[in-house]
Design a protein. Structure first.
Length: 542
């Protein structure tokens, strides 16, 4: 409303001033500016016309023009109304001055509060930034700690056993330094042995407990020496039943084992003292016993001399079957297995080299002994028995992948395969030779050269069909008689039967070639599956 009244007043004043404006323009002398003159009457009227057209669009102006209101009067009325409204507005402002001042103070206070809040938010933002960086740091530390935890868990199972073997608990230290410590002595001995093993690997943890273990060992050795010597000295008392303290010492036999393993000089001292004491005791006993025996008169029995002479003569004409070479190889196997077992715990290059030289000499010795047999079959039996015996003794103590075990395994396998060929040759040699010749000609594509061997093939087929069962039975019995180790004999029989099946399968394959398909004797061949079933019946089970 106020805006409309103001607009109408401005229009009325403008309309009323138009004649005076034109008269003023007429009083001004005209300037001839040519094309640059933009203050012509047409231009001014155009500007006024534009303003009038724009103001005539107002609703109040339209209403005033329709009612025919006097513009001068209406302009004064509007001006009076404007003054009244202005005065009223001023009174309202004066009336609300306190409220406005209070509002200003409130706005100022709010502005200060907002300023403080801005500072707080800025500080909070900076704190959030620092917290974010700390969270990233904590996340990195968490990932690192998680990785270290996984690594520790991965090695925990291995390190726990190592620590248990190395740590010397206080419960062990106390009994070892007191009167009775047999139970803890076993554990101390195991820790000493384990520390020796780790010392070869240069384990750092071993050096931490080495001093404690050494001192405990010396303390234990000292107490054991004192204890055993006291027991030995008790034998020397007159009229003492020495069997009682001997039985007491037998209960503490681990004491001497501990000394023998950790302090050989003390063990030798105790052994010498025991031998010296007991030798004196037994000497006195036997001296007394022999003196009393000399007092007994015994009649000489000359008739017994002839019996002794006869026994010697009989041994000359009928010597016992001795196998010294087998005893030698067994002694070698036991000695070698013992040295190999020790060398696995405490490796030594010189020992390995000496064992290799000894093995070569023993192998050469066994070959020389086998050469004394006239037939190759007996030679192979001798070699297989010796190799099998030595391998069995070695595998009881040595590792399966040791050089000695692998060497005798290869020798045994080679001689066994040769023996299988040797025992298959007498009953099935013709078929085996034919199969080998035929396979060689098949590889060269010259199998037609055997086309004329029909009679030979017929003889082989019929001979195998009629005698293979008896031959297999005789072969099995012969093998079981030739080998003392039933397990080894069984494996040789199974290998021989398997090899026989392979040869017969090759025989079938050769006769199935186009060169021999027309032979009538092919119908007399034993079915391969039937042969395998029958052969399984001859496999011994132990």
């Amino acid at each position: 409303m106020f805006k409309a009244l103001t607009l109408m007043a401005v229009m009325a004043n403008a309309i009323l001033r138009l004649p005076s404006m034109f008269s003023d323009f007429e009083a001004v002398p005209a300037l001839n500016l040519g094309d640059l003159d933009i203050t012509t009457d047409e231009f001014i009227l155009d500007e006024v016309d534009i303003h009038i057209q724009a103001n005539l669009e107002d609703d109040l102006v339209k209403e005033a023009l329709k009612t025919g209101v006097d513009l001068r009067q209406y302009s004064k009325q509007v001006e009076t109304e404007l003054q009244r409204i202005e005065q009223a507005s001023i009174k309202d402002y004066i009336k609300e001055s306190q409220n406005i001042a209070s509002l200003h103070n409130q706005i100022t206070a709010c502005d200060s509060i907002l300023e403080r809040m801005e500072g707080m938010l800025s500080s909070f933002q900076s704190d959030l930034s620092s917290i974010s960086s700390e969270i990233q740091t904590l996340q990195q530390q968490s990932v690192s700690m998680n990785l270290r935890l996984k690594n520790r868990q991965a090695v925990r199972s291995q390190l726990s056993q190592l620590v248990d073997e190395l740590v010397v608990p206080s419960t062990m230290i106390s009994p070892v330094t007191e009167q009775e410590f047999l139970e803890q002595l076993h554990e101390l001995n195991s820790k000493i042995n384990y520390a020796k093993e780790l010392s070869f690997r240069e384990t750092l943890a071993c050096s931490d407990i080495q001093d404690i273990v050494d001192r405990l060992k010396m303390k234990a050795v000292s107490k054991i020496r004192e204890f055993i010597l006291q027991k030995i000295y008790s034998f020397r008392k007159p009229m003492t039943n020495y069997q009682i303290p001997q039985n007491t010492l037998l209960k503490f036999r681990f004491f001497y084992q501990f000394l023998l393993a950790n302090e050989r000089t003390v063990a030798k001292e105790i052994r010498d003292e025991y031998v010296d004491t007991m030798s004196k005791i037994y000497f006195s006993y036997f001296k007394s016993y022999s003196g009393r025996l000399l007092k007994v008169q015994v009649t000489s029995q000359t008739s017994s001399i002839q019996a002794l002479s006869g026994a010697t003569s009989f041994s000359v004409i009928w010597p016992s079957a001795v196998h010294g070479h087998l005893n030698i190889t067994r002694r070698y196997a036991e000695f070698s297995s013992a040295v190999v077992s020790i060398n696995q715990t405490f490796p030594n290059e010189r020992t390995i080299a000496l064992l290799g030289q000894l093995q070569v000499e023993v192998e050469n010795f066994v070959l020389k002994m086998a050469a004394e047999f006239p037939s190759r079959r007996d030679q192979l039996i001798f070699l297989i028995n010796n190799y099998d015996m030595m391998l069995g003794v070695l595998m009881e103590r040595a590792a399966d992948d040791s050089k000695e075990v692998e060497g005798f395994q290869q020798l045994l396998l080679a001689r066994t395969q040769e023996f299988i060929e040797e025992i298959l040759s007498p009953p099935f040699g013709g078929m085996i030779t034919f199969v080998k010749e035929s396979e060689a000609l098949m590889e060269k594509g010259q199998l037609d050269k055997l086309r004329t061997d029909e009679a030979r093939i017929t003889q082989l087929v019929r001979g195998f069909s009629s005698s293979w069962k008896q031959s297999v039975e005789a072969l099995s019995q012969d093998v079981m008689r030739s080998f003392t180790n039933f397990k080894n004999g069984t494996s040789i029989i199974q290998g021989a039967l398997t090899q026989l099946i392979q040869y017969y399968h090759g025989f079938h394959k050769v006769l199935s070639q186009p060169t021999f398909r027309s032979l009538a004797v092919r119908s007399e061949l034993i079915n391969l599956h039937h042969l395998m079933v029958e052969v399984k019946k001859h496999k011994p089970n132990f």
